[in-house]
Design a protein around this ligand. Structure first.
Ligand code: PMV
Length: 310
């Protein structure tokens, strides 16, 4: 039976979430955890199944309102076209949706790669980025581009809006051992960004200085990554988390996850992504990483040890 497949990793933001919205640099890297898409012949196609997210959809079903995932799937089909639409896509993987680990970008890129193989012509890197941006726009309105660019390109990237080029690859001296944990989010990225905007308008001078500091942390983090200095990276994570707390985006569960990771011996820990719940990123290797994962799981969080940028 004819089959085609595509895969894509998730991502984490190491530095610069929120301050990137105000023009400062951000750093993101791919995770050793992602999604895979398989395309098979389906006479009722195009159809989409994501069993891990409890989802089955049919974008041409006119009887019901199309939600974001239907529209994103329809956008991917269009971007990959023309193709034989008698195709069913099944997406699977361990990446949780909606916690800031790049699930929508991994969804877009894995499906696009599978559809490109299905039609018999792979995307060029530039075509893949353009198509993934269209799909991400369905989910996020006006995405900064950070998520789908790092997910489609792989590795570790510096991003700064308005700089030319906006994305630069960061060469890691060695793989970065981390623990990632997550919990349900209390709101959307859009709501967290809008909420911070209100605080910035009330205290603009204070926040401009804070965002400068967050930008400095991103640059210092890049230097630590390029040297392979994971102790320094952890120390910078701790400071970055304090800045995000000052931005008002760290919820009680982010604080709890960060505290547990540090107590279990991590070299440093921060919330990652938009905040208000969502994900936590800690620098930890070997036995310490195992101890951090166990401590987080005992407290009821999902957690796993992996490496960044691979
Ligand atoms: O959507 P998340 O959790 O990956 O966070 C995005 C990072 C923000 O800086 C908060 C928003 C943005 O558009 O850059």
């Amino acid at each position: 039976m004819r089959m085609a497949a595509g895969a894509a990793p998730g991502k984490v933001v190491l530095f610069g979430e929120h301050s990137v919205v105000y023009g400062r640099p951000a750093v993101a890297a791919t995770l050793g955890l992602g999604l895979g898409a398989v395309a098979e012949r389906d006479p009722d196609g195009p159809t989409l199944r994501v069993p891990a997210w409890g989802l089955e959809t049919h974008p041409k079903d006119g009887k019901r309102r199309l939600d974001a995932i239907d529209r994103a799937f329809a956008t991917a089909i269009e971007a990959a076209g023309p193709l034989d639409e008698r195709v069913g896509i099944t997406v699977d993987g361990e990446l949780p949706p909606g916690v800031g680990l790049g699930s929508s970008a991994a969804f877009a890129v894995s499906i696009l790669r599978a559809l490109a193989e299905w039609r018999g012509r792979p995307f060029s890197p530039a075509e893949l980025l353009a198509a993934a941006e269209k799909v991400e726009t369905v989910f996020h309105g006006t995405p900064s581009g950070l998520d789908h660019t790092v997910v489609a390109s792989g590795g570790c990237l510096r991003f700064q809006g308005g700089s030319e080029p906006p994305f630069k690859a960061i060469r890691l001296a060695q793989p970065v051992p981390v623990v990632v944990a997550w919990t349900a989010r209390e709101g959307s990225t859009k709501a967290a960004v809008a909420d911070l905007r209100v605080r910035v308008e009330a205290h603009p001078a204070v926040y401009e200085r804070l965002f400068d500091t967050m930008g400095d942390l991103a640059e210092a983090g890049i230097a630590a990554l390029e040297r392979g200095d994971h102790a320094e990276l952890g120390a910078l994570f701790d400071i970055a988390h304090g800045c995000l707390n000052a931005c008002g985006v760290s919820g009680p569960e982010n604080e709890q996850m960060v505290r547990i990771a540090r107590r279990a011996g991590a070299l440093g820990a921060k919330l990652t992504g938009a905040g208000w719940g969502g994900a936590m990123l800690a620098v930890a290797a070997g036995d310490v990483a195992e101890a951090v994962v166990t401590a987080l799981e005992e407290a009821g969080f999902e957690a796993f040890a992996t490496q960044l940028g691979c």
